[in-house]
Design a protein around this ligand. Sequence first.
Ligand code: C2E
Ligand code: CA
Ligand code: CA
Ligand code: CA
Length: 279
Amino acid sequence: YFLPILGLLILCGTLVFWLMLKRRSPTEELERALRDGEFVPYYQPIVDADADRWDGAEVLVRWRHPVEGVIPPDQFIPLAESSGLIVPLTQALMQQVRRELSTRLGQLPHGFHIGFNLSAAHCHDWRLLDDCREFLAAFPPGRIILVLELTEREPFRATPHTFRLFERLREMGILIALDDFGTGSVGLDYLRHFRVDSLKVDRSYVAMADEDVLSQHLFDNIVDLAQRLSLTVIAEGVETPAQNAYLRDHGVHHLQGYLYARPAPLRDMLARLKSPPSR
Ligand code: C2E
Ligand code: CA
Ligand code: CA
Ligand code: CA
């Protein structure tokens, strides 16, 4: 009976070894997903309330996992950032957006804005220039306006190097939006140096804009600051008609939120763009 037992032992050993190979670390799982093209763009359109038309869209990444289904970015962006995978992930996303938009260009208004969320690591990286150049080269000049969203939560270090990088981006006609505005503490200096084009007022301010008087003062101050600096103000997370009315009455004309449209794959967003924005 020695041989069958030996056979069984070898079989078990092989099985354990195989299982150990299969069990990857979270970082390895991210790398695999990147290779397999599981990160996909969703789009959430932004309304220009003055012109009563769709002004652009923000790209929000999703992980389409073969077993887990659609995973939201909050669950993997932090790991992508700490493991150094955020730059290749963003590059892959930009390439995918470029490819799918260039085949459906006829369905987008002229000068449609496309915004990408950038992590701080990418903002020090000269490859960003090539990534943006490659993206814009797929469209006739001015057909698509590229917007880079930088979060105020994690303001990056300003060095002569980053100044030059941002100067070059500006020369290429790329717009910079300061995201989650009101949650961090970037000073006026930062805003001046980086010559931001727009502020995206954080959802937490939008949620309380129609509530009490103190919140309204906070909100009004942000809008007032933005207008003094000649920046476009975009409100994110607009959910209710009351918020919508308050925002419009207080000088905010660019609106984004579930009230107008949820983030969705390109095909669904294009269907939504066929009718004018309605509340
Ligand atoms: P964010 O840039 O502040 O994006 C807005 C988030 O608010 C999105 O969440 C969006 O789905 C959600 N949202 C939009 N309208 C409403 C609304 O009316 N009500 C509520 N409650 N939420 C609304 P999402 O897609 O889960 O993304 C979360 C965050 O993940 C983003 O926050 C952004 O910081 C990050 N992120 C997403 N895609 C990327 C990416 O490609 N690269 C990087 N670095 N970060 C990304
Ligand atoms: Ca954003
Ligand atoms: Ca935001
Ligand atoms: Ca946010």
